[in-house]
Design a protein around this ligand. Sequence first.
Ligand SMILES: Cc1ncc(COP(=O)(O)O)c(C=O)c1O
Length: 454
Amino acid sequence: MSIPNTVAELTEIDRCHWLHPVVALQQHERRGATIWDSADGIHLTDVNGHRVQDAFSGLWCVNVGYGQQSVIEAAQAQMRKLPYATGYFHFASEPAIRLAGRLVSHAPKGLTRVLFGQGGSDAVDTAIRCVRYFFNATGRPDKKHFIGLQRGYHGSSAAGSGLTALPLFHRYFDVPSPQQHHIPSPNPYRHADGPDDAAVLASTVRALESKVAELGADNVAAFICEPIQGSGGVIIPPKGFLAAMRKTCDTLGILLIVDEVITGFGRTGPMFACAAEGVRPDVLTLAKGLTAGYAPMSATLISEELYQGIAEGGCDGTAFGHGQTYGGHPVSAAIANAVLDLYTDGGLLTNGERVGQHFEAKLKELEELPCVGEVRIRGMLAAVELVADKKTKAKPDATLRMGQRVLEHAFENGLVFRAFNDDILGFAPSLNYTEADIDVLVDRVRASISHVFS
Ligand SMILES: Cc1ncc(COP(=O)(O)O)c(C=O)c1O
């Protein structure tokens, strides 16, 4: 095959050979790809030279923005010095060791051990495997069931996709398994007991209690949730949700897995969202902002108690049979260390918190539009839910693709974000945004909504 050099050739190769995630495949063949070419700061440019402001940090991961020199230099230096080192069989590398220590020091106290992986899906898979191993190794082999939230997203691995509760990740994939269950999403805007926060919270606690009662506490391993449900439409549970779940899990004798693949690393303000409620999960999954998307990496943190149970399981000398070739990759780890420096010494967490307040004030103004049912926002993570009728909260006719059309219009006018299937617009600007950048974002969203709904 000759080297492709025109956009048309690239588009044709993509059409014929790249099976893309989360698109209707035949529709993609007809449409073709939007091919990114370069990025700088908070902007992306495609191969046709069309430049847009990125209001979604890639896929909620480029938390530090594009072109951060310190990150690029750390990657280059590590590639020159030691481009690969396994973590298997007692081997290690300096950047991964340093990173493990730094993650533990930033995480809620008591999460002491780190398993490295490549992305959020395998971080969740690792969480599931650790929990299973722990209960088997500590003489509770019946504890097999996992409970998650409707509209939750926990990746698309063979096991994790069943904890995910979005229909397209289930259809034809034979998940959820009989050991995977879901309770209603704590979404005050659409919950049967909403919008009162206390009622939604109480109802969610009751739902978990009754699901555990139905399955038998001795058969339930863990409850898993995101602090804010990202891919489910940026659903923000009532304040106190995580703390209430922690308390309920303790009472019921089940573990709590908190999936901070999106909410970690300043996305909602603090380094980790569970810190905002003083909650220490038994397992914490991290990815995305860990390397800010500059290289693949994830981390699953487990409590000392879990670690001790798992370690005891191998006291006869049997190795812990879990890991991946690229777990703890030294280049990814060097990148993550440089990214952590930007969050802390570089002031990005502080900037994100400050600019997040401006974002909230400005985005909330969109609620005055007749087609905006709700604006949800915490820090630099937000959604605008479009409705056909504000009073009844009825959705626009799905065939009209209103959310997609708002996105398409905004894209033409220099802004990219995410339009979820059900007319929810999602936003996750990078933490290096200025207040003026936020103004551009919100003004373009408003103009696009007004254009499409006019
Ligand atoms: C909460 C959560 N968990 C897990 C994942 C899966 O991560 P990845 O796409 O890196 O496999 C995602 C991805 O968006 C996520 O939002």
